[in-house]
Design a protein around this ligand. Structure first.
Ligand SMILES: [Zn+2]
Length: 451
């Protein structure tokens, strides 16, 4: 039975690969209002593919102000659970097309990887779900709802409303979010912790207007020096975050070898790591503060003038277990309390995203461990992601009883999602399709645990 499933996936893969390439050719950039027609065209193609894969019911849905999503449903056979398979069909903008080795919307294979915008993030997810349903000949052993979102890359602005409006259609025992990455090529990963985000813009005012730096410097403070001193208080000497009141989660069991981390981060020789604890703990279980931008006078435009106002954008990544609203307060208090020389400080909140930790216990997680082991021939690694995937918390809120599996459709650390030369390793794409097919079989037989 198990080998038959692998064979069935292999048989459908050439067709799925062609359909994935067709999807990549559609520039469904949700951030570009001018590409709205392409996002719709991409949704229509996804709907057509699942209709042809035998879905008894396929709908193109959106809530007001949102982008078109596709819902394809196979009702559960009697007594069987329902599995929701999520992916998104919108993509990031390509950036400068000339900096791609081959054009972003023309799929190309090189050295076992398929290149193109969306090849990994996350048209691979759509294609993996398609492969699984085709491998089952359109008759999966459990109820299946495929949900292909069209606005993930702009932060899923209407996902909450969508989950509420279509709650009944989306209800499931197990939710598979195939939009994360494997820790390395050939090793399957289950993402069980995600950091949150609470960014802000801090503005410092010191003078009513610019004044001569010779006539007034030495006694009157300038805003830029004050801002630099203020930003310097955000970390301790070793680079640990110095804002009091931010949460830290227990350190993850998986670790990240230092050499590999240094190479992947592109750290220059002699540059030290920030913070303390294992690298995985620093990335996934602790907060991180980074200054992303500063608005001030450009060097080319500088005159001998004390600067009256300067501002910076500060990103704060939050550990699982933290609350963005509380973190916002802690960070604002820190910035106000540490302002040097009595300068005036205002803090404006910007992006927000909740962190999330998944307790990977129960039959659905056991089913996933068995399924991924069979497909990849390696144990599933439970690991974290330092970034934020806000939709995970949205699904958890909407369906508190469902088991949430954040998986990869084959994407690895080298897939360069959101960057130039995005690519998908085709061997792991096959493994991911086989794993998901096994997962449905495991869920069907582990049925008793779900009800
Ligand atoms: Zn994605």
């Amino acid at each position: 039975m198990r080998e038959e499933l692998r064979e069935a996936v292999r048989r459908v893969l050439p067709g799925v690969r062609a359909d994935l390439e067709e999807l990549i050719r559609i520039p469904s950039v949700s951030a570009d209002p001018g590409a709205a027609g392409e996002v719709r065209r991409s949704a229509e193609l996804v709907a057509k593919l699942f209709r042809e894969a035998g879905a008894p019911r396929v709908e193109l849905l959106q809530v007001e102000g949102g982008q078109p999503a596709v819902l394809a449903r196979w009702p559960a056979p009697p007594g069987r659970p329902t599995v929701l398979l999520y992916a998104h069909h919108d993509v990031q903008p390509p950036g400068e097309p000339a900096s791609w080795t081959t054009p972003p919307f023309e799929p190309a294979e090189r050295e076992g990887r398929l290149y193109g915008r969306g090849a990994a993030d996350d048209k691979a997810g759509v294609a993996a779900h398609l492969a699984v349903l085709r491998a089952y000949g359109g008759q999966p052993p459990v109820g299946v709802t495929v949900f292909a979102e069209g606005e993930e890359e702009i932060g899923s602005p209407t996902l909450g409303a969508f989950l509420e409006r279509y709650r009944d259609a989306l209800a499931a025992d197990v939710i598979v979010l195939a939009d994360s990455a494997n820790p390395e090529r050939g090793t399957p990963g289950l993402t069980i912790s995600l950091r949150g985000l609470a960014s802000c813009v801090v503005e410092v005012r010191a003078l009513k207007h610019g004044v001569h730096s010779g006539a007034f410097g030495g006694a009157a403070p300038d805003a830029l020096t004050a801002l630099c001193r203020l930003l310097a208080t955000l970390h301790g000497e070793q680079g640990d975050v110095a804002i009091e009141g931010l949460a830290t989660a227990p350190p993850p069991p998986y670790d990240y070898p230092e050499e590999r981390f240094r190479a992947e981060a592109g750290m220059l020789d002699g540059v030290k790591l920030l913070g303390s604890g294992s690298i995985a703990a620093r990335l996934w279980a602790k907060p991180a503060v980074s200054v992303l931008a500063i608005d001030t006078t450009r060097v080319a435009d500088a005159s001998n003038t004390l600067i009256p106002m300067a501002r910076a954008k500060v990103s704060v990544r939050l550990a699982p277990g933290d609350e963005p609203a509380r973190a916002w307060d802690a960070r604002a208090s820190h910035l106000r309390d540490h302002a040097p020389w009595g300068v005036q400080v205002t803090v404006q909140n910007r992006e927000i995203g909740r962190p999330y930790a998944i307790d990977a216990q129960g039959p659905a997680f056991d089913a996933a461990r068995a399924a991924f082991r069979q497909a990849y021939g390696r144990e599933l690694i439970e690991w974290g992601v330092g970034g934020t995937i806000p939709f995970v918390a949205s699904f958890a809120d909407a369906f508190p009883k469902a088991a949430i599996l954040v998986t990869s459709a084959g994407a690895d650390k080298d897939c360069r999602a959101h960057s130039t030369d995005e690519s998908l390793p085709l061997d792991d794409f096959e493994h991911a399709c086989v794993a998901e097919a096994h997962l449905l079989a495991e869920c069907a037989s582990a049925l008793g645990g779900f009800h």
